[in-house]
Design a protein around this ligand. Structure first.
Ligand SMILES: [Zn+2]
Length: 306
């Protein structure tokens, strides 16, 4: 998400000429070109999942004879798809510096992309709308920090403020990483202690991180990241989206877009649906543990063994 990648991105020349290099270097891992027509894109209807015939219907993760059908009723969840599809075209906007308590940093970044040009912004948004649909089916009120992948921002400060204003019971920021090509796996980022700021959210955010990590690993089969964090957990105090949150919040790096094997998975609509199922299960475990089926995600059709 915040690592710098080596190769020159396609949009870099124009943006650098516009004086936007600082934004590129601060990006999740670089600067993607706009998605080409025909590439997997955000906004595709979530009601049709290409190749996803083996995937469960939206209500499956929490539905059972003994569990409530709407275990998240009354819960407010903020889903934050990281970056935005047109950030690359608006360097003057995203490079504005904002105060994230521990430092000043750009308002937003472009995110990374796969070698094939599937952008992180599109991935994040596609997973977010799938997740929102699942959570709403469980009864939650879901607020997205952006409602399309064809805009710029909002700033990381605003992404946090949206969760705060909603008094969200939980918030999750969805990302995919731009790590070293030899590295793979996922990790969950939780807020570190900043006295006077994050005191109240460190504890619950850690519990949320554990629930998200365990569900994600179990349901997607994705291994813990082997190049960042420890046991797929990473505590950070440099992310505005966490530092400025007053509600329990984590980020997840769903995989490494710069790794060929991870990129193939992240580019698959069926795998993105499985990611959404996993994140919904993790949020449900955190917010309504009694609403989970006894065996959790292990009972979900199509979930990988182990
Ligand atoms: Zn990112």
């Amino acid at each position: 998400m915040l690592r710098i990648r080596g190769r020159a991105p396609r949009a870099a020349v124009a943006l650098a000429a516009a004086g936007a290099l600082a934004g590129l270097l601060a990006a999740c891992s670089g600067s993607p070109a706009p998605p080409a027509d025909g590439t997997p894109a955000a906004g595709q209807p979530v009601t049709t999942v290409p190749g996803g015939s083996a995937l469960p219907p939206a209500s499956t993760p929490s539905a059972s004879a003994s569990a409530p059908s709407r275990p998240l009723a009354g819960q407010v969840i903020v889903v934050d798809p990281g970056h935005n599809g047109d950030n690359w075209a608006h360097p003057a906007v995203i490079n504005q510096l904002v105060n994230v308590i521990t430092e000043m940093k750009p308002c937003d970044t472009t995110g990374t992309e796969t070698d094939a040009g599937y952008t992180e912004a599109a991935f994040n948004f596609n997973v977010a709308i799938r997740l929102a649909r699942l959570l709403r089916a469980e009864g939650a009120t879901v607020i997205l920090t952006r409602t399309s992948n064809h805009g710029v921002g909002p700033c990381i400060t605003q992404r946090a403020a949206i969760g705060n204003r909603a008094h969200a019971d939980a918030a999750i920021s969805i990302h995919a990483d731009g790590g070293p090509p030899g590295g793979s796996g996922f990790d969950v980022i939780e807020p570190g202690l900043i006295p006077g700021h994050t005191d109240a959210i460190v504890g619950p955010s850690h519990r949320l991180a554990l629930d998200i990590r365990d569900a994600y690993h179990r349901i997607t089969g994705e291994p813990y990241a082997n190049y960042v964090g420890h046991d797929a957990l990473d505590v950070r105090t440099d992310l505005g989206g966490l530092n400025l949150s007053t509600v329990p919040k984590v980020f997840i790096e769903c995989g490494n877009m710069r790794n060929a094997a991870d990129a193939a998975k992240l580019s698959s609509p069926a795998f993105r649906q499985r990611i959404a199922v996993a994140l919904a299960a993790g949020l449900t475990a955190f917010l309504a543990p009694a609403g989970l089926v006894p065996s959790g995600g292990a009972s979900i059709p199509g979930a990988p063994a182990g």
